[in-house]
Ligand binder design. Structure first.
Ligand code: ZN
Length: 308
C-alpha cells in the first residue's frame, strides 16, 4: 500500500462526518490507492474499458459518495498541467447544444445582470451564451488551462474581461459583487468543494444565482453500469446525487431553487463507440458516420441555488 503518498481524508467532504463510519461501496481492480503515484495510466480516462480509480465510500450520515484516499492537491496540479482540452472527443456542436440547455435553465432563474464568474470555463462557450443574452458588467473567468486563454479572449471580445490561471479563493473578488457564479463539471473535481462554495456564497450579491452541473451517482445509468459508469474516475474525489448536492449547498448557506436531470447531446456515432468501449469492445464499425445528434439524460444534474 502507498497510502502515505496520498491524501487521507478525516471527514466526509459533503457533511464533515468522520470518515471512520463510512462504508466502501465501489472499487476498481486494482484500486488506485494500492498503486504508486504515476502508475495509474491515463488520468482523464473517459469512456474506455480499463478503469482504475480510488475506492468510493458512502457516508452513513449524508449518504455522500467520496474517496477516503485521493490525490493530494499537489499531485492533482501535476496531473492537470498535462491534460488536453476537456471533453475534446465530443464535437463542438454537441457541447454547445448541452450548454445551451444549461443556459435556458439559468435564464429562468436569473436576470443575467451584475458580474459574471465562471470556474473552469474551458473555451468559453457558456460564458459567450451569457454575454450574448445577458447584460453582465464584468466577466471573471478562472481557467487553469492557459492553452485556452487566447480562445476565451476572442470569444468574449468586447466584454470587460478578467481571465485568471490561478485558483479562485475567498477574497479574490469584492464580497457581494456577483450576479451569477457558474461551475459546470467543476465541483466533482474539487478536493474540498465546501470551501469554494462558501467563498462563492460570500461573493454573490443578495439576489445572485449559483449554477452547477454535476454527475448524478444516483441516476439509473450509474446504478445500471455499476463500476463501469464513466464518472468513476481518477478525476473525481466525490460524486453527488440530487440529495447530497442539496445537502452540501445548504450547509454552505445556499437554498436550492431548481435541480434538474439535464440532457447531454452527443453524435450518435460517438455514443455507439462509447457504449462499446464501456463494455470492453475497443473496435467498432467505422462505416457509420451520421451527423445526427441525440440528447440523452446521461446521469447529470443541473442545479440553480440562491443565497439564503
Ligand atoms: Zn457525509
Amino acid at each position: 500500500m502507498n497510502h502515505n503518498e496520498y491524501l487521507v481524508r478525516a471527514e466526509c467532504p459533503i457533511c464533515a462526518a468522520p470518515v471512520a463510519g463510512s462504508k466502501l461501496v465501489i472499487r476498481s481492480d486494482p484500486p488506485a490507492e494500492t498503486l504508486p503515484f504515476g502508475s495509474h495510466g491515463k488520468f482523464l480516462s473517459g469512456y474506455t474499458s480499463r478503469r482504475i480509480f480510488f475506492s468510493y465510500a458512502r457516508c452513513p450520515i449524508c449518504e455522500g459518495l467520496y474517496c477516503p484516499v485521493f490525490f493530494t492537491q499537489k499531485q492533482l496540479d501535476t496531473l492537470y498541467a498535462h491534460q488536453p482540452e476537456n471533453l475534446v472527443d465530443v464535437p463542438l456542436a454537441s457541447r454547445v447544444a448541452t450548454l445551451r440547455a444549461y443556459f435556458d435553465l439559468l435564464k429562468q432563474h436569473s436576470n443575467l445582470t451584475g458580474n459574471y464568474l465562471e470556474l473552469g470555463p474551458d473555451i468559453g462557450v457558456f460564458a459567450e451564451l451569457c454575454a450574448r443574452d445577458g447584460r453582465f458588467s464584468e466577466f471573471h473567468l478562472y481557467e487553469p488551462n492557459v492553452e485556452v486563454h487566447q480562445v476565451l479572449t476572442s470569444r468574449l471580445a468586447g466584454q470587460k474581461l478578467h481571465i485568471s490561471p490561478a485558483s479562485y479563493v475567498q477574497g479574490s473578488l469584492p464580497a457581494s459583487s456577483l450576479g451569477v457564479a457558474i461551475a459546470i463539471h467543476v465541483l466533482d473535481h474539487l478536493i474540498d468543494p465546501a470551501t469554494v462554495l462558501r467563498a462563492l456564497h460570500q461573493d454573490l450579491a443578495p439576489h445572485g444565482r449559483l449554477f452547477l452541473a454535476t454527475h448524478d451517482e444516483a441516476s439509473l445509468l450509474a446504478r445500471t453500469l455499476g463500476r463501469r459508469w464513466p464518472p468513476y474516475t481518477l478525476q473525481h474525489p466525490q460524486l453527488f446525487s440530487p440529495k447530497t448536492i442539496s445537502h452540501l449547498l445548504e450547509r454552505c448557506g445556499f437554498r436550492v431553487i431548481a435541480a434538474q436531470k439535464s440532457l447531454n447531446y452527443f453524435p450518435i456515432t460517438l455514443l455507439m463507440r462509447a457504449s462499446l468501449n464501456i463494455f470492453g469492445i475497443e473496435r467498432w464499425p467505422n462505416f457509420m458516420n451520421f451527423p445526427w445528434q441525440v440528447g440523452l439524460r446521461l446521469g447529470n444534474i443541473a442545479t440553480v441555488a440562491a443565497r439564503v
